[in-house]
Design a protein around this ligand. Structure first.
Ligand code: HEC
Ligand code: HEC
Length: 248
């Protein structure tokens, strides 16, 4: 069933087309939001410590089905968050990816940067009824029940992954690190075996996606996650300075 525009196969598939942005300041900020998602490290060097951009995981800036798409994301907040044990806003969810996936700190919630990222995600979500979790984002695949084989994963990694991500998992150039000091930290969603398995199954190898069986994606994810990565430092790096009333 086709519940919202972006999920309808007959609908135009262009999810982000700069020429269709609204004119004026709003369109400019949506475009800036996409630039921040694509080039996070370069634009926010003080907020990002991993050698990753949001688009390392949110493929093509969150426009690909099963590639951690942002389509409909704006409409599914506020939402209950089991980790924080409270209802969170979209800014809080973006902050989580800054803290864990980028191993950094989030920009202030009312900063131009945070608002631009929200505006971009809102634009990708246009037409989606609120409080409806979109399926396009799901990484869910039935996991093989047996314990994954790290040994099999190591062999596959050498055959299918290391050419881009490096034998030591550190990536390089346009290829993001999979483990080690420059990767996402242990608190990240991608550090969970189920989510990384789904991500790899749907999106990797990047030059030949969907050529791994679920079992192979499971083994190679287990191999990747068997390596060390930064720990999340719970040291309150969130900054949200009070606004001067004059702003309003
Ligand atoms: C290392 C991979 C990775 C990176 C880098 C990353 N994310 Fe994520 N992000 C994820 C995963 C995985 C999820 C889904 C998490 C889950 O299901 O627990 C997610 C979820 C989200 C969500 C919620 C989506 C929804 O529909 O509920 C938002 C918003 C988000 N990320 C924004 C960002 C932004 C903005 C950045 C860059 C500052 C970023 N992410 C960087 C992996 C990443
Ligand atoms: C042709 C180059 C290439 C190959 C081969 C490849 N990747 Fe990737 N990988 C990328 C790129 C580029 C990205 C960033 C997202 C994008 O642009 O598609 C990425 C992103 C990722 C990510 C999320 C970001 C991160 O750093 O954690 C994971 C996990 C991943 N790849 C795992 C794998 C695994 C496992 C294999 C082998 C099965 C593999 N990749 C093979 C190029 C490649």
């Amino acid at each position: 069933m086709c519940l919202y525009l972006a999920a309808c196969s007959s609908a135009p598939q262009t999810l982000y087309d700069a020429s269709s942005l609204p004119a004026g300041a709003l369109g400019r900020e949506i475009r800036y939001g996409r630039e921040l998602v694509m080039n996070t490290r370069a634009l926010l060097p003080h907020d990002v410590r991993s050698r990753m951009d949001c688009a390392a995981c949110h493929i093509d800036g969150g426009t690909q089905a099963h590639g951690l798409s942002f389509v409909g994301t704006y409409a599914s907040f506020p939402q209950w968050n089991a980790r924080a044990h409270r209802v969170i806003a979209l800014q809080d969810r973006i902050a989580e990816c800054f803290l864990y996936s980028m191993n950094g700190k989030p920009p202030a919630y009312s900063s131009r940067e945070m608002v631009a990222i929200v505006a971009y995600i809102a634009w990708l979500s246009r037409g989606t009824p609120t409080l409806l979790k979109p399926q396009a984002q799901s990484l869910g695949i039935p996991l093989p029940s047996a314990t994954p084989s790290i040994a099999e994963g190591r062999v596959l990694y050498g055959q299918r992954c290391s050419a881009c991500h490096g034998a030591n998992g550190a990536g390089g150039g346009p290829f993001p690190p999979l483990w080690g000091a420059a990767s996402f930290n242990a608190g990240a969603g991608m550090a969970h075996l189920d989510r990384m398995t789904g991500f790899i199954y749907y999106n990797m190898p990047q030059n030949a996606p969907r050529t791994l069986a679920p079992r192979e994606a499971y083994d190679v994810a287990a191999f990747v996650l068997s390596h060390a990565r930064p720990r999340f430092e719970r040291n309150a790096r969130i900054v949200s300075p009070a606004q001067a009333a004059g702003y309003f």
